[in-house]
Design a protein around this ligand. Structure first.
Ligand SMILES: [Mn+2]
Length: 336
């Protein structure tokens, strides 16, 4: 992190009290862990921070320290818009274009006069922030928040609570330390968190061994639906709205299912299509092994983006038409 920017941030923080921290829509472990980790840090520094999520966060993250204090834009738009308008400073974490908050919230954010600080690890950052900490080499925004606090010279404030939040995003965004962006530094940061007393075993259990029976049935259906296209080293699966409804699905139930598609020998690329009738879209998750860049692929074909080995996209066509389009792209996509 650039020292000039850090000193600018330090000056900005000295003048501000009311701070809003925002993750992307459909927040994941990294989005919630980073915003809540930063929330606790700013509280210790005497600020009045509020975490505002665009829509509801999944239940499997509802144990995160102070997650009960999170405000949801979609649930209480008027009250939350007021908080946004009164804020002296806005942090946006784990995303880099305001459209990732959804149309309605984006419109509110665009009108705000207060400065923004972006901390994010996705490609192609927008230019809305007074201070942009964007680095795609980091495996998680949580790890970046750790370095941000460190760069401010405040690492002594990182306690078990902050470390618990930040560990959550490091674990979830690294696929439990398996993705290539996991570095020696990642492990050194985590070692420090363990020394600070986080219960890493309990956190893993809360994140991964805490499913409802319905979620297991949803996973089973997704695995039954899985198709393999050996010629393209590709697999894909899907869940229709009807299937999701039949299992009484809850938010977060489809989290992580995409990864199973890469669990087969010689499969380098996988996609997971979820029908969302409320939003009128097919939500798509992409994963790859090796050099096949799913960020690029998702941008090119499915109005999405993300990272080299993990990205998302969407389609407004039907589930069947979306899958057909996906299959058609494979003929002119180089996957190895
Ligand atoms: Mn992330």
């Amino acid at each position: 992190m650039n020292p000039d920017d850090i000193s600018g941030v330090r000056q900005l923080l000295a003048l501000t009290k009311k701070i809003v921290i925002i993750p992307h829509r459909n927040p994941d472990g990294d989005a919630m862990g980073s915003t809540l980790g930063l929330y606790h840090f700013l509280k210790y520094k005497g600020h009045e921070p509020v975490v505002i999520t665009p829509n509801e966060f999944p239940d499997f993250l509802a144990w995160l320290p102070s997650s009960e204090k999170v405000r949801v834009f979609e649930k209480e738009t008027e009250a939350v818009t007021k908080i946004l308008k009164e804020a002296d400073l806005i942090f946006t974490l784990d995303f880099n274009v305001l459209s990732r908050t959804g149309d309605q919230m984006e419109a509110v954010l665009k009108e705000l006069k207060s400065p923004f600080i972006m901390i994010d690890h996705h490609q192609k950052p927008g230019n809305y922030a007074a201070y942009t900490f964007s680095d795609t080499s980091y495996g998680s925004t949580c790890e970046m928040v750790y370095h941000f606090i460190n760069a401010l010279g405040e690492d002594s404030l990182i306690d078990k609570t902050i470390a618990t939040c930040l560990y959550t995003g490091i674990v979830t965004d690294s696929g439990s330390f398996r993705y290539p962006s996991t570095t020696g530094t990642t492990h050194r940061v985590v070692a420090e968190f363990i020394d600070k007393g986080i219960d890493n075993t309990a956190i893993h259990s809360l994140l991964f061994d805490n499913h409802s029976h319905n979620r297991i049935l949803i996973l089973a259906r997704a695995l039954q639906n899985m198709k393999v296209l050996p010629a393209y080293k590709t697999s894909y699966t899907s869940l229709s709205q009807e299937e999701l409804n039949s299992f009484g699905h809850a938010k977060g139930d489809t989290e992580g299912i995409v990864n199973y598609g890469l669990g087969m020998k010689d499969i380098m690329f996988t996609a997971f299509f979820t029908e969302n009738k409320d939003e009128g879209i097919i939500k798509i998750s992409f994963r790859s092994k090796g050099d096949f860049d799913v960020n690029q692929y998702a941008r090119e074909h499915f109005s999405g983006g993300g990272h080299i080995n993990a990205a998302g996209g969407k389609s407004t066509e039907s589930l069947e038409a979306t899958i057909q389009k996906f299959i058609a792209t494979l003929a002119h996509t180089k996957i190895d």
